[in-house]
Design a protein. Sequence first.
Length: 599
Amino acid sequence: MNNQTTEHIRPIHEGLSMHTDREWFLDWESRVVRNGPWDNWTLYQLAYEAEKSSLIHSFDELLCLKHVNGIEPMSHQIDTAKKVLYDMRGRAILADEVGLGKTIEAGLILKEYMIRGLVRKALILVPASLVLQWVRELNQKFGIAASAQKKSYMWQTCDVIVASMDTAKRDPHREIVLGLDYDMLIVDEAHKLKNKKTTNYQFVGELRKKYCLLLTATPVQNDLKELYNLINLLKPGQLGAQTNFQANFVMAKRMPKNEGVLQQELSKIMIRNRRGDGNVEFKKRIVKNITLTLSPEEQALYDGVTDFIRGQYEQNQGQPSNTLALVTLQREVCSSRDAVFITLVNMFKKTEENSPVRSKIWELVERIRSIQANTKAETVLNLIREINDKVIIFTEYRASQEYLLNYLKENKITAVPYRGGMNRGKKDWMMDLFRTRAQVLVATEAGGEGINLQFCHHMINFDLPWNPMRVEQRIGRVHRLGQTDDVRIYNLSTRNTIEEHILNLLHEKINMFELVIGELDSILERLEKKSASLESSLFKMMMESRSDEEMRRQIDRLGDSLTGIREELEPENERKAKIGSILSAIGQNVGVNHEYRPG
């Protein structure tokens, strides 16, 4: 036995030699001879288990899966995280369709890099309405100590900070943020970076980041150049210079060429999962339209307000300066007497004392005072009792929200509000109350985006927005990945009012509840280019129709126009499908069959 504590080994390279430390062996040999002393057996077992648990048994193993809480990542999310880690080296566009859990994928990737010691400081830029949601999910589901940016000093003191793009790029924050080095940057709603001339694009380009994730459900909307711009943010030069990209891959604005090569290049930086994949299951949407008959007093108020609005419209010859206020008044009278009351009182105060309009307004205010019942609220109460489960009610107006909250309270139904104007903490508190205690959440349009309500599967549209995209936003709060029940949607509308025509248009004419979101968006965009917005078109029809039958005919013509636009878009959708076939093939790298839906 060699009594030296170190042993010289022959040189393995000129000028380099290696020594082995044998002190541990000599100590062990001495204890064997003397039969001790030995360490505590329990402590030894604990040390052994600790060492064993830290071992990585496979290079492809995700360590973060042991640290997620309250979620079970789906196979496509795990596959996406692995591909970003092992193939894309932490720079990727996550382009899953809406509701497939891009946030979960980003959380898995961030957590994995943090566990491996490769990421300490991270910046997450999201729309302002989503800041709190991101913070909550990172903390609760991934054990990541993320903070919402509130004070300037937090940029430096917080390792993982979530902020809105608008805040980060604004002085005095901009200079601080651009002066820091980030291990990882995550940008949600990254399609807003598609134009390289915007301040958002330039700001993200200037940020110093090692790893970067761009999250968007629509990587291509109108032009292949948008896709090039996004990729150039992540990996400059990946597709060559822009002139080379145009020459090599673009036949027309939305028509690619050399698809095989383009597909190969995109697969190095983009992953797209879609709802139609076999391993991604969405629950059904069950839509029930409930048409109500107003009380004589409510119908008289509606007719009176409509006549007043029509008179003002004709007097002003439909001038835009006054049209917006009239549209708002018409929407409110369909919602509730409370909503229209506030607007009428404000109009009364602003009208000159000797104006004949002033007396007409006051006449309408007096009519409101005579109304005792609220047909819609009574219907909602009966629905809630029949459902006997959690329900989210959407209304466009704060006054309608306040009325519903008081009415439900009087009838022993626990309800909480959710609206714009609440600070982050209060919104979070309302969500927790709805999740744990209250049966009903009464939300204004502020609840239409940025909150996830998968634990609820009943939704009532107390009043219908005239823009179908806003209806879709509302539904998306409950009909998304993680929903375990079929989603039931109840649309309230009142006979002999504009609401009845709107519901007919949305449900029967353009089949809104079955359309792909992108397709609906394209139809509305084309309508606005041809004439005016859908909301303006509806209001104009209403003002110029002299009977309910004439209004119905005009709605039918509008429905036919929308159908025509849909048919016009089919060749364009075919071109988009060609782009989509390229994007869809990208997903095959993560083991599933992908498809990009036109639009």
